[in-house]
Design a protein around this ligand. Structure first.
Ligand code: FCB
Length: 450
């Protein structure tokens, strides 16, 4: 077996997608509360007001995690539960909720992995300019330190950001996620720079606030390109394609190196600096020193990638996907190879311990006449992806963990409740939970690989 002895087998969720309780116990509004209430933003017209009602049912949910044999649980904190206005007065009830959740996890032998920001920006900060306002660097650092001050006596693993590609790229450039902006390139590159600075400032503040040594990571995402063959040229082409900066366009921020090189190497990638030159904010040596605070581990959310080959000129090109290729229920491609080559390439470049912080499949799940939820496609997906992931370890990548997305069906952003990714089926009318077949399969896999 190639997975290391202490390999972390877990599942992930995020606050807005599961908690519900959107306006109780002093929580402030966040941009997703406001966005989802605007007509026409969410496919099925739903909101996260109740979602899985996890805020009230977390003990039951932790029991399910235990039943599945999970070793770790990745969840995110709702900033506006801790600071209803984004900064200033702390909402003690919000802190208490996460504190109770951690106690419950630890009592059940489950290690918490805490994401500080999974897209739900306090609305009060949004009104002050959100990621455009440079003060957000300090607002985020203060929030992160406050969380760590209260929770680091028991929790060790903290992750700053989840998928900046999405909350800036989709949220502020493409405009199809909250807050729904179609900003200029100038503005989104400024926002991206502020996100990176906020990450660095938070790392510093968290280390200073920790009551015990903590480990800090970062969770961007990528389309993890993989080679069309084992030919050296194709491998090189896939590697190059994975790390190159895309040209200006809607998906300009959907890349690896713009978001990770500054943090790990202390500088932006040369190709991006040249391509985006006319739109960049002022970038100082001081900024780069702040951004590149050492971190302890590196996460990636990987769902799929594109097969890539070397053209006659050696340049990478994406091969045509075969007709009828496998898709998930949200019509995302199923490409298990991405979990072999993605982590391998990422480790070769960044040399930090790697976690897959999200990977999973949405299916057309329903309760069968026998009362069970049969999801053979998800089981097949997990098996194929995990077998590929294991190859990354064989190739020498220092892979430490895997978090299936998601622990349970939840509010899948603009898809509403139609994107069921869970190991646990949720009936959103009754809040009944049912372990899907895949949950039992995963339990077995974890036992065999622990
Ligand atoms: C990722 C998000 C996560 C979930 C999955 C399906 O991009 O981080 O919240 O929506 O996709």
């Amino acid at each position: 077996m190639a997975f290391c002895k202490d390999f972390v087998w877990g599942a992930a969720t995020s606050s807005y997608q599961i908690e519900g309780a959107w306006n109780v116990d002093g929580k402030g509004l966040n941009i997703w509360d406001v966005y989802s209430h605007q007509p026409g933003t969410i496919d099925d017209g739903s909101t996260g007001d109740v979602a899985c009602d996890h805020y009230h049912r977390f003990r039951e949910d932790v029991k399910l995690m235990k039943e599945m044999g999970l070793k770790a649980y990745r969840f995110s904190i709702s900033w506006a539960r801790i600071f209803p206005k984004g900064y200033g007065e702390v909402n003690e009830k919000g802190v208490q909720f996460y504190s109770d959740l951690i106690d419950c996890l630890l009592e059940n032998g489950i290690e918490p992995y805490i994401t500080l920001y999974h897209w739900d920006l306090p609305y009060e900060l949004h009104k002050k300019g959100g990621w455009m306002n440079e003060e957000i660097v300090q607002w985020f650092a203060t929030y992160a330190a406050e969380v760590v001050k209260h929770l680091s006596d028991r929790a060790t693993y903290f992750i700053t950001f989840n998928e900046p590609q999405v909350f800036i790229g989709h949220g502020c450039l493409m405009g199809d996620n909250a807050p729904g902006y179609k900003s200029t390139y100038q503005d989104v590159f400024q926002m991206a720079h502020n996100v990176l600075k906020a990450h660095g400032a938070a790392v510093k503040a968290m280390r200073a606030a920790a009551v015990r040594p903590i480990k800090i990571g970062y969770a961007p995402t990528c389309s993890a390109h993989y080679p069309a063959s084992e030919r050296v040229e194709d491998i090189e082409a896939a590697r190059q394609h994975l790390f190159e900066c895309p040209p200006l366009g809607e998906r300009v921020l959907w890349n690896v190196s713009w978001w990770s090189d500054p943090i790990i190497f202390g500088h932006y990638p040369e190709d991006g600096l040249a391509l985006y030159r006319d739109y960049l904010p002022q970038i100082t040596a001081e900024d780069m020193a702040l951004i590149s605070q050492p971190i302890d581990f590196y996460c990636q959310n990987i769902y799929n990638g594109h097969e890539t080959a070397a053209g006659p000129d050696g340049k990478p090109y994406e091969t045509q996907r075969p007709f009828g290729y496998p898709l998930n229920a949200m019509v995302w491609p199923v490409t298990p190879e991405c979990l072999h080559w993605g982590p391998r390439f990422l480790y070769e470049r960044y040399r930090l311990p790697i976690y897959i912080s999200e990977n999973g499949m949405s299916c057309h799940d329903a309760v069968s006449l026998d009362g069970k939820v049969h999801d053979p496609n998800r089981i097949d997906f997990m098996q194929r992806y995990l077998l590929e992931y294991e190859k990354a370890a064989r190739d020498g990548a220092d892979i430490r963990g895997y978090f299936y997305w998601s622990l349970m069906d939840n509010f899948e952003w603009t898809y509403g409740y139609n994107g069921r990714f869970g190991l646990v089926y949720v009936n959103f009318q009754t809040q009944e939970r049912i372990l899907k077949d895949s949950a039992y399969w995963y339990k077995n896999w974890i036992e065999e690989h622990s």
